[in-house]
Design a protein around this ligand. Structure first.
Ligand code: ATP
Ligand code: MG
Length: 366
């Protein structure tokens, strides 16, 4: 899949601008604060229906504009498609594919992206939230149902957290606590099955990539970890649900005391091992970076497997963070799909990829 052309109107620092992309590699270059990341963010929005930088759509609207609009001509699933997104603060977001109204979750049926930014290089060493985000973003794109469940989970989680925070001042809130806990257990069970299945595929795909990438034949393993009472994350949702309820019962009092939600899929994590040892605890900085890259490239393979086409790869400022060997590995691994690479200066990247070079200056693209 690829974006052939995108027109931006009032998006971030872009007035009216449009650009045609190469079906292969596109190097987006320019000085700081010119609009490189903003352009990648626009493409991400086409696939995910939201930004990767902010939870608030209104922030993507240009400072002096009443609304932001993206119009893109994309090729996916062997046909030309048109995606249009309009964000009008106060009135929400309108999404259309070929003139038909869609939800953000449904965009994944048309276009997929894998984003790789400097934060992702810390995927292994950072806290669990980063790894959960990877799961949520990837699964959400290929399984619209997952995105719906996750949104519902977050809504219930916030509500339950509020009850736990406020119950001491307002004991009547406790009347609904068990109801929320039960609903959270139910949805957690479903999320857990999706996550376990995806992690198994990630493990399978990342292993061979990492073996080659590390040059040392290192063995990378990725395992899913969730609520401690769940013995088999691949079991039917009902069984998992019962096991989470068991955890919930044991921790009900602790939740009231600590005023925190302790049971549910919100604490899930990925455990990553290199040669059988926890990468988080023992791997060197170079090793964890290499592993992070392997995981990201594996994500791309899973999309290919799933949809028959490579997703668009967005590399935001990440190549400059890598040494030459790793840069070459990434660039050589890109065969097949469309890639948008942003970097501060060209740094010879365009000549090594043979891609199209787009120079961004103050919200204009040359
Ligand atoms: P860097 O190399 O530093 O990463 P960049 O080219 O990726 O730079 P962007 O993140 O795309 O820069 O931002 C370009 C400019 O857009 C910044 O100066 C930023 O302040 C501005 N900007 C961000 N949001 C908006 C908005 N809603 N309206 C107008 N301008 C905005
Ligand atoms: Mg940037």
């Amino acid at each position: 899949m690829r974006v052939n052309k995108i027109a931006l109107n009032g998006w971030r620092n872009y007035g009216w601008e449009s650009v045609e992309f190469d079906p292969g590699t596109n190097v987006i270059t320019g000085s700081n604060a010119q609009g490189k990341t903003n352009l990648l963010e626009a493409v991400y929005m086409l696939a995910c229906g939201r930004s990767f930088r902010t939870r608030f759509d209104r922030e993507t609207v240009g400072f002096d504009y009443p609304s932001a609009e993206l119009l893109a001509d994309v090729s996916a699933h062997e046909r030309a498609q048109m995606i249009r997104i309009v964000i009008r603060p106060g009135q929400g977001k309108k999404i259309e594919v070929n003139g038909v109204k869609k939800t953000a979750a449904e965009l994944g049926e048309t276009l997929n992206v894998v984003l790789f930014c400097p934060d992702d290089l810390n995927l292994i060493k950072e806290g669990a939230a980063v790894r959960r985000r990877l799961l949520d973003n990837a699964i959400g794109q290929i399984r619209p149902k997952y995105a719906e469940l996750l949104a519902e989970f977050n809504r219930l989680y916030e509500h339950k957290t509020r009850i736990l925070k406020d119950w001491k001042d307002k004991p009547s809130l406790l009347d609904t606590l068990d109801e929320f806990s039960d609903a959270l257990c139910r949805i957690s069970a479903q999320l857990i099955r999706y996550r376990a299945a995806f992690t198994a595929r990630l493990d399978e795909a990342a292993g061979p990539i990492h073996r080659e990438f590390s040059g040392e034949g290192e063995k990378l393993e990725i395992r899913y970890s969730t609520v401690s009472t769940v013995t088999d994350a691949f079991a039917p949702a009902r069984e998992i649900y019962y096991q989470i309820c068991e955890h919930q019962e044991k921790h009900r009092q602790a939740e009231l005391d600590s005023q925190q939600c302790l049971t549910g899929a919100h604490k899930d994590d990925l455990e990553i091992f290199i040669n059988g040892r926890s990468a988080r605890a023992f791997a060197s900085q170079g090793q964890t970076r290499t592993a992070a890259l392997s995981v990201k490239l594996a994500e791309r393979e899973i999309f290919l497997d799933e949809t028959g086409e490579y997703p668009i790869l967005l590399l935001d400022d990440v190549l400059s963070e890598l040494d030459e060997g790793r840069q070459s590995f990434v660039l050589n691994r890109l065969g097949g799909g469309q890639t948008l690479i942003s970097c501060c200066e060209d740094e010879g990247i365009s000549s090594r990829t043979g891609g199209k070079v787009l120079v961004v200056e103050k919200g204009r693209i040359r």
